[in-house]
Design a protein around this ligand. Sequence first.
Ligand code: ADP
Ligand code: MG
Length: 227
Amino acid sequence: LHLEAMKLEKMEIVSHLAASISHEVRNPLTAVIGFLQLIAENTKTTEDNKAYAKYAIEEATRASEIINDYLTFAKPHPEEECKMSIEQEIKKSIDILRPLLLKQNVETNVSFQHTGLIKGDPHKFHQVLLNIIKNSIEAMPNGGSVLINTSEENRNIYISIADTGHGMSAEHVARLGEPYFSLKGQKGTGLGMMVVYKIVESMNGSVEVESEYQTGTTITLIFPKIP
Ligand code: ADP
Ligand code: MG
């Protein structure tokens, strides 16, 4: 029992460390990308150096994407597990994504058939919704829609996120959540859905995926309802 407690404490320390590093690293990384862009766009920069700057931008962008998929809402302080309103947290997550949704011509429709409480850390729950909705946006390069629906059945709460994107084959659905599985080449990390599964499991929930190639994808999160 003592050993278990020590292991848990170690894990806590590691995850807080990761969260604080990501917070500290994100801003300087953004600055680095900004200055590299200035170098790349400067008319005095030689063609060779422009190419080097572009590589450096790509690599730095990749590093920041890994931080985004993993640790956007990880907080460098102890977890705050609480009862949260799914309706409120879904609305907050959509607000965070609003600029990206507008830019990519994706409209959202939200239908709250059920508005209950679930238990968990709101920051982690935001990370789950963010990673899922970002995939939906990325699956609709010419725009489309995301429909979010909540319902309740047999003391479970269902949150489904449906998009009108390019969908996935059955083999790809089966690989979803596997670390580093990505079909986006340099643009993907393959960590987004792994993080989704991990967080949802830690909240005693589960994830179901339905997808039809060239039609769309629906991801359903199932959580136990709290009285
Ligand atoms: P990444 O987005 O970095 O590639 P993810 O773990 O978030 O990694 O997703 C893994 C892969 O699953 C994606 O590369 C994509 O091919 C596929 N995928 C995930 N969500 C969707 C979706 N809504 N529509 C179509 N494909 C998806
Ligand atoms: Mg992703």
